[in-house]
Design a protein around this ligand. Structure first.
Ligand code: G6P
Length: 456
């Protein structure tokens, strides 16, 4: 059946697991993009979500014709997929948009890069073809993120009747960074994006970055718009009070005792700036020894993109620094940092609830939903230390303690101010932060884009 609303994203709403006896079971996928879109799409009766098969189990499901309603997985050749996802999307485009290059050594655009780029083009075209097959006449197609930057242009050529949007969940690179790409690649990228009727971003800053990069050719008929994704307060509070979260909360409370909790939750992601966050915590304990024994830093880090050596090294660096801080300051009855390097959402929600301080210090981040989630579920109100590089800074800066993410000393001072904040002030700020965080929950965010796309 042809669909009138289609979403395309690299990561789908579910993934498969293959048991030893060969049975396939579907599991819900994770991440901000996935949870936001899943909630929004549940309200669209004939919607279809086109995504890539990410694992051998997913590929096996496609081969066996196993599928869930409203989801179509594409079985893309494994090498092509690896080149496109790891080689280009995560190693080049992600680094470009987040300004993450270690300039003396990267980026390098050579023959190997060209081979990978060809794969990225092929992978984008596979999505465009699948969308062209599934879309009803005049359907609305909502393409997600930097993995699929070429899809709008390619799809428009196949199906000029469709209404096509692209939404970028990351920042958009400043022209200086986009200009590092080989000229023809840069032009293909911009042509792909400008094939969209609407190009959406989380904040004005990223939209302006995109417009600056589009300057040479002009945005043409593409409308550039801002849709700042928020969180669904009721859903989140319901999740945060489930029995498994209460169990985790009891465990964490037993560990933390009556000490204050500084909480952070991230993927083990280079842009999240976890190392400088730990350095700031160390500086806090050095400059303000009065906090020793009276505070615990709860850091949850979900392993992410571990196929890439630089991510593996970063994950190790985080664990090592946490150990060093524990060795340096820890005592018999006080462990200064509790790190959990695993995907454990129940633990994160429990940590959110007991946060006195939330630390969100990315160097650059499309939105950062953790900054919005913690004030919504914290039990007693929390002070938010927030980087100026987070997209959420645009909406939350009034009531957050804002920091330059590179300035460890400023971050340490902000942690001290946050820990010292009077309870009444903290509660008032948390109330306003929660209101701002829930202003555009996922379903309204999605509806707003559909309306813009249909010219409403
Ligand atoms: C960011 C991106 C998403 C991505 C998520 C997790 O939020 O904008 O597109 O799904 O990171 O990364 P992964 O590589 O695991 O999909």
């Amino acid at each position: 059946m042809a669909s009138s609303v289609l979403v395309a994203a690299n990561r789908g709403p579910l993934s498969y697991a293959l048991a030893a006896d060969g049975a396939l079971t579907a599991r819900r996928g994770g991440g901000g993009l996935v949870s936001g879109l899943s909630a929004a799409l549940a309200k669209q009766p004939d919607a279809v979500w086109i995504c890539a098969a990410l694992s051998e189990a997913d590929r096996e499901a496609v081969r066996r014709g196993v599928s869930e309603p409203g989801v179509r997985m594409l079985d893309i050749d494994e090498t092509v997929y690896d080149d496109a996802y790891n080689g280009i999307a995560n190693s080049v485009l992600w680094f470009t948009h987040h300004h993450l290059y270690d300039i003396p050594t990267a980026p390098v655009f050579d023959a190997e890069f060209r081979r990978r780029w060809d794969s990225y083009v092929a992978y984008n075209h596979a999505f465009a073809r699948a969308l062209a097959e599934e879309a009803a006449e005049g359907a609305a197609v909502l393409v997600q993120d930097y993995h699929l930057a070429l899809v709008p242009g390619a799809l428009r050529e196949l199906r000029p009747d469709l209404r096509i949007s692209h939404f970028t969940h990351t920042p958009w690179a400043s022209p200086d960074f986009l200009d590092m790409l080989p000229g023809d690649v840069r032009r293909q990228l911009m042509r792909g994006m400008l094939g969209a009727d609407v190009a959406g971003f989380h904040t004005r800053a990223w939209a302006d970055g995109f417009l600056a990069c589009a300057q040479p050719q002009g945005p043409g008929s593409t409308e550039v718009a801002v849709f700042p994704l928020g969180v669904d307060g009721d859903d989140l509070r319901e999740l945060a009070h489930r029995p498994e979260v209460e169990d985790r909360l009891a465990e964490l409370r037993a560990e933390v005792g009556d000490r204050k909790a500084i909480v952070r939750v991230d993927r083990t992601e280079l842009s999240k700036n976890i190392v400088r966050g730990l350095l700031a915590y160390r500086e806090l304990l050095t400059v303000h020894p009065e906090w020793r024994g009276r505070v615990v830093h709860l850091a949850s880090a979900y392993p992410s993109r571990q196929d890439l050596a630089v991510y593996r090294a970063y994950t190790e660096a985080v664990a090592e620094l946490a150990e060093r801080i524990n060795a340096e300051f820890g005592t018999q009855d006080w462990q200064p940092v509790l790190v959990s390097v695993k995907d454990d959402f129940a633990r994160s929600l429990a940590a959110y609830r007991m946060a006195d301080v939330a630390l969100v210090n990315p160097v650059r981040d499309g939105m950062n939903l953790v900054a919005k989630e913690i004030p919504v579920v914290s039990d007693g109100g929390c002070a938010l230390v927030l980087s100026t590089g987070a997209g959420a800074y645009g909406e939350l800066r009034e009531d957050a303690l804002t920091v330059n993410p590179f300035d460890v000393t400023e971050t340490a001072r902000a942690l001290h101010t946050a820990l010292s904040m009077p309870v009444a002030e903290r509660a008032e700020r948390t109330g306003r932060l929660a209101a701002a965080a829930t202003a555009l929950p996922p379903s309204a965010w999605f509806e707003a884009q559909l309306t813009a796309l249909r010219g409403g």
